[in-house]
Design a protein around this ligand. Structure first.
Ligand code: NAD
Length: 379
């Protein structure tokens, strides 16, 4: 059975869905692996490395996809790519399915079985397949590095013969996977770190990394976590109280990193222009939620803008700015999931549609949408 890896076609996408190590492991599952020439170049992986790992090189996406029953990708296939993918093939990617009815119908029409890796349930068995965590962790790290790069002061406290440089104050909003890594990274660089979240469980996690927790801790806050461990959308009253507390805190910060997301909803707006105006000139804000509408008023996807004298960083794909590491972890996530979908002895597909992981991630199959949250209807 042939597995195809093509060069990502979406602008700015530097990641790739397989690395030489995962190619070797796919080969060990009795699978034939075809990689489009140049697919790994933006992740600093050469064609020769793929070949040495056991892949065959294809001259084009069309050639790579011809006869492939499995397609590994970073992003959802485009219309052009769908035209090249074989009917009946399975495609594993970050599908971004929310509000994308047309794209889902196009995948159904193309006859592919599309798996949205970001819908993988956060259960122990699926930890190695959790693309949200693997990529958010790197994004959180990179957010601090990006901020430090444009911040014109030092992060650590420095006591020198010429005088003392104070530690920078870093505030992280949203202490999920990305936020916790941002806290840890800023601490390692010597900053004085605080953080906020609407989930009560985050308080202890922030403290364990040496951060100070900032939040209105009322009854609503104490109940604000879904069974799946995600944030709930908070009431207007809570948001107003929290905004007042945060506004005061932000005015004293040097670097603010926002990572707040609620699954399937637009990102909550946490920082207004008026709040930015109260920060010291030269301060830096990084909006990790920019692709989902942004936590910060005025942040623009893939741009560093200046608002009220504040540098506002809106890189949409921060994990893609650390592409070699991101591709390594992402491709391991795909491999772990694909392993559950193939018969290792025979080297062919053996998908159990009753498996919890398949049920949670499969969007389309045999010409129709099948996911209940994304327009799936029973046969
Ligand atoms: P996410 O990317 O959906 O959101 C980022 C953070 O923003 C979350 O912590 C969320 O609570 C917070 N947030 C939302 N609205 C906010 C607001 N108005 N103000 C401040 N913060 C706000 O979250 P995530 O990183 O995917 O993590 C969500 C949870 O899942 C965490 O508890 C995490 O530890 C957990 N998790 C579990 C596993 C597992 O395998 N069990 C794996 C990864 C993550």
């Amino acid at each position: 059975m042939k597995v195809a890896i093509t060069r990502e076609t979406q602008d700015e996408e530097t990641r790739v869905a397989a690395v030489p190590d995962t190619v070797k492991r796919l080969r060990a599952l009795n699978l034939e692996v075809v990689v489009e020439r140049g697919a790994g170049s933006a992740s600093m992986i050469t064609d020769e490395e793929y070949e040495a790992a056991g892949a065959t090189l294809a001259e084009s996406a069309a050639q790579a996809l011809q006869g492939a029953e499995v397609v590994l990708k970073v992003r959802r296939p485009s219309t052009e790519e769908l035209a090249l993918i074989e009917e009946g093939a399975i495609v594993l990617a970050v599908m971004d399915p929310y509000g994308q009815e047309q794209a889902l119908d196009a995948m159904a029409k193309a006859g592919i079985t599309a798996f949205a890796m970001e819908l993988m349930p956060r259960i122990t068995r699926a930890q190695s397949m959790d693309v949200l965590s693997s990529q958010a962790n790197l994004a959180g790290y990179r957010a601090v590095v990006e901020a430090a790069q444009v911040f014109d002061r030092a992060l650590p406290l420095m006591m020198t013969a010429a005088g003392t440089v104070p530690a920078a104050k870093v505030f992280v909003m949203g202490a999920g996977v990305a936020g916790l890594q941002a806290i840890a990274t800023a601490k390692r660089l010597g900053a004085s770190v605080s953080a906020t979240d609407v989930r009560p469980a985050a308080k202890e996690q922030v403290a364990s990394l040496g951060g100070k927790f900032i939040a209105v801790e009322d009854e609503e806050f104490k109940a604000a976590e879904t069974a799946g461990g995600y944030a709930k959308e908070m009431s207007a009253e809570y948001q107003a109280k929290q905004a007042a507390l945060v506004e005061e805190h932000i005015s004293k910060q040097d670097i603010v990193i926002t990572t707040a997301l609620i699954p399937g909803r637009p990102a909550p707006k946490l920082i207004t222009k008026a709040m930015l105006a109260r920060m010291r000139p030269g301060s830096v804000v990084v909006d990790l939620a920019v692709e989902r509408g942004g936590n910060v008023e005025g942040s623009v996807a893939d741009q560093v803008s200046e608002v009220e004298g504040i540098k506002l960083i809106g890189y949409g794909n921060l994990a893609g700015r650390i592409a070699t590491s991101a591709s390594l972890l992402y491709s391991r996530n795909l491999l772990a999931f694909l392993t559950t979908l193939v018969d290792k002895e025979q080297g062919h597909l053996a998908i159990d549609f009753d498996d919890a992981l398949v049920k949670a991630t499969a969007l389309t199959h045999q010409g129709r949408r099948i996911h209940p949250s994304f327009g799936g209807v029973a046969e």
